[in-house]
Ligand binder design. Structure first.
Ligand code: TRP
Length: 337
């Protein structure tokens, strides 16, 4: 099948064109699959990144508050786990709000490497960080964290610690989460500490409200995916004909986010006609919820040793400290022989 992207504007660069082609191909592949789906990484254009920042301060969205509570209470202990003179690598840094809690206690940190898919947003954030932390080298990397990426040369030379807050790990399928942890182990190297924020299983009412806020910000965040396809690929989705759906799937221990078609309709996307039944959904994201034990097991299975875990007063959220005893490359070589 050929995915025909809309004609590029003259001022676009070759890499923008390539990114657009990849976006078009992923959109067509997802919308012609059964059931229909779209990759969540495309949520984060600048509009989506701003909407996401608003989600994190919604009254119903407890994860950000709970995680900040944990990081604030244990910032010193966490910072003390980082090797001296380390580079702190954050996977999916967004606005780096939680990182600041830790950065303020990490007195010997040499560098901060925020990695984020939204290049424009990332560079804006780094401007502010440079002023606030003049003694820490700011080395941003614009990359998709689910794919291998290179560290800046000056970070390669330093011991490393990793930071992966926000329960972003829960947005991977469990087998992808394990693969991600292995991949992070290869980037961070032997002796590294990895701090990972993980949302916990709890009362489904509380979970469901967190993803169905009363102001409709999460709905707009979800619908922005269709708006982005309209903007960047020239599609004609009628945003009023789709609705945000989020619910807890107990068997799979995950919140599912969908965009439901409110009627039978046909939408033209990159020259392809996509037909929707009334009520048919596009599955846009999952947010897996773990227990302390189930996440510990996942981490151990991916080669990491749990060293500490903290929770908030309500036991809604957890922050795990992991270390890597084995060199992941050596462990792999042993497994190969
Ligand atoms: N990882 C967080 C979570 O699953 C944040 C997040 C990612 C999110 N995508 C989202 C929150 C979509 C709300 C809606 O909760």
């Amino acid at each position: 099948m050929t995915a025909l992207a809309r004609k590029p504007h003259r001022h676009e660069t070759a890499s923008q064109n390539a990114a657009n082609e990849a976006f078009a191909a992923d959109v067509i592949a997802g919308l012609t699959a059964t059931p229909k789906r779209l990759p969540p990484k495309y949520f984060y254009d600048s509009v989506g990144s701003e909407l996401f920042e608003r989600i994190t301060s919604l009254p119903e969205y407890y994860p950000t508050r709970c995680e900040a509570e944990i990081l604030t209470a244990h910032a010193k202990e966490i910072a003390d786990l980082f090797p001296k003179g380390a580079a702190l690598i954050e996977f999916g840094s967004g606005s780096s709000t939680k990182t600041r809690i830790v950065l303020s206690e990490a007195k010997t940190l040499a560098a901060y490497v925020p990695v984020d898919i939204s290049a424009e947003f990332l560079h804006q954030q780094v401007e502010g960080l440079r002023q606030e932390y003049p003694n820490v080298a700011m080395l941003p990397v614009a990359a998709d964290i689910s794919k291998p990426f290179r560290l800046p040369d000056s970070a390669e030379m330093l011991p490393r610690a990793g930071f992966f807050p926000g329960s972003t790990i829960g947005n991977f399928e469990p087998h992808e989460a394990a693969a991600f942890l292995r991949h992070a182990g290869r980037i961070l190297g032997r002796g590294a500490t990895f701090i990972v924020g993980v949302d916990l299983v709890k009362d489904p009412q509380i979970l469901q409200k967190a993803y169905n806020d009363s102001q409709g910000v999460t709905a707009r965040f979800n619908l922005n995916l269709l708006a982005r396809i309209n903007r960047e690929l020239g599609a004609k989705f009628d945003l009023a004909a789709f609705e945000h759906h989020a619910f807890f799937n107990r068997e799979r221990s995950r919140i599912e986010m969908h965009l439901a078609s409110l009627k039978r309709q046909r939408v033209k996307v990159c020259g392809e006609c996509i037909d929707f039944r009334a009520g048919e959904t596009i599955h846009t994201e999952n947010s897996y919820k773990y227990s302390l034990e189930s996440f510990g097991a996942l981490a151990r299975g991916a080669g990491w040793s749990p060293v500490a875990v903290w929770t908030d007063a309500d036991n809604y959220f957890s922050v795990h400290a992991l270390t890597l005893k084995d060199d992941p490359a050596e462990a792999r070589d042993r497994a190969d022989h």
